[in-house]
Design a protein around this ligand. Structure first.
Ligand code: EPU
Length: 317
């Protein structure tokens, strides 16, 4: 375990926002989680959060140590702090399939369970067998089955109990047979010969639309795609017959923000990614408040233009 006092969190959030934490505790796979007093903030790779001020408490995270153990021929348990993409690479190298469509998502194994990460027709929940956590409130280990996790679109039980659970390990159920998931429209009809090729195609598709983390900080999609009533779809389709609508009544936040004219715009040092309006990014040492202000301006404008409320996927602290 490593403990740092009064440390910058710039390297601990993918937006690259430079705030300080009074204390940072980094847990390793063999550590016992120490008791905490005072306020606690649990983070994964910080890929889904925006810090707006210094944090006068303890931030707890897991080391990104590569640490996993195959349980059976289909089950693999991975350390919560591991980089998700490192796990995916390992699974394909070892003939275990299913996670390839989630390639190149920045974030950790633990976050895949908290956030039920999803992309290109796949969601983590379809592969998660169980989740081992440390309950910081009750100070004990426990295991959640897939059903206990209450997974939904970018949502889980853990998201509703922030800072209570440290996701120590996630067990995934994978397949020995590669069945390509080409349900996402840009992948349809692509005759991919191998899981590795599909992984490469997905990685390429992803980086054609999202900022590369080493170049520009971001939190991936900043807003969730909103689910609306039938009446809203009917009303908007009159003016915008080409507006994408997914089952059931899920609109595309990126399309709405783009249509409202925000794509490529900056406000202060925060910006809307020029190739994808759903992504807010750090256009140069921005503060969390600049991101928050940009997000609020977008929410207000989309509400005014389309009558649709956007809910952030990212957590503002
Ligand atoms: N669109 C625009 N303008 C834009 C962006 C999108 O018109 O600037 C349109 C696209 O043309 C398309 C529609 O909006 O018709 C949907 O876009 P896309 O397929 O890129 O997916 P998305 O709904 O914007 C979701 C996830 C992404 C995931 C992709 C691919 C959410 C909030 N986002 O984005 O997840 O990678 O699908 O599966 O569900 C993330 O959560 O961080 C993330 C990147």
């Amino acid at each position: 375990m490593k403990v740092f006092e009064n440390i910058s969190l710039k390297e601990y959030n993918t937006f690259g926002i430079d705030v300080k934490a009074r204390r940072l505790v980094v847990i390793e796979p063999d550590d016992e989680v120490p008791p905490q007093d005072g306020e606690v903030q649990v983070i994964g790779a910080g890929s889904n959060m925006v810090f707006t001020k210094d944090y006068d408490g303890t931030v707890i995270t897991l080391s990104n140590t590569f640490h996993l153990s195959p349980l059976t021929s289909h089950l693999v348990t991975a350390w919560g702090g591991m980089v998700m993409d490192d796990l995916i690479r390992w699974t394909l190298d070892n003939g275990l399939y299913g996670l390839e469509n989630l390639s190149a998502i920045p974030g950790t194994v633990g976050a895949s369970a908290v956030q039920n990460v999803g992309a290109y027709g796949a969601e983590a929940k379809d592969f998660i067998e169980s989740v081992e956590v440390y309950d910081l409130q009750e100070r004990r280990h426990c295991t959640f089955s897939n059903a206990d996790c209450h997974f939904a679109y970018r949502d889980s039980f853990f998201k509703h109990h922030p800072n209570r659970y440290l996701i120590l390990r996630v067990t995934y159920r994978l397949s020995r047979e590669f069945v390509p998931n080409l349900s996402y429209k840009a992948l349809e009809g692509q005759p991919h010969a191998s899981a590795q090729q599909l992984r490469e195609a997905i990685t390429e598709l992803r980086w054609s639309k999202l900022p590369r983390p080493e170049e520009h900080g971001s939190a991936g999609s900043f807003f969730k795609n909103p689910v609306v009533d039938d009446a809203v779809v009917v009303r908007l389709k009159v003016d915008y017959p080409d507006m994408p609508v997914y089952p059931v009544n899920k609109l595309s936040a990126g399309w709405l923000i783009d249509k409202a004219g925000w794509k490529g715009r900056t406000q202060g040092r925060a910006g809307v990614w020029p190739k994808n309006a759903l992504v807010l990014y750090n256009a140069g040492d921005c503060t969390g408040d600049e991101v928050r202000a940009l997000a609020a301006a977008i929410q207000q404008d989309v509400k005014q233009k389309f009558g649709v409320a956007l809910d952030p996927e990212a957590i503002i602290i």
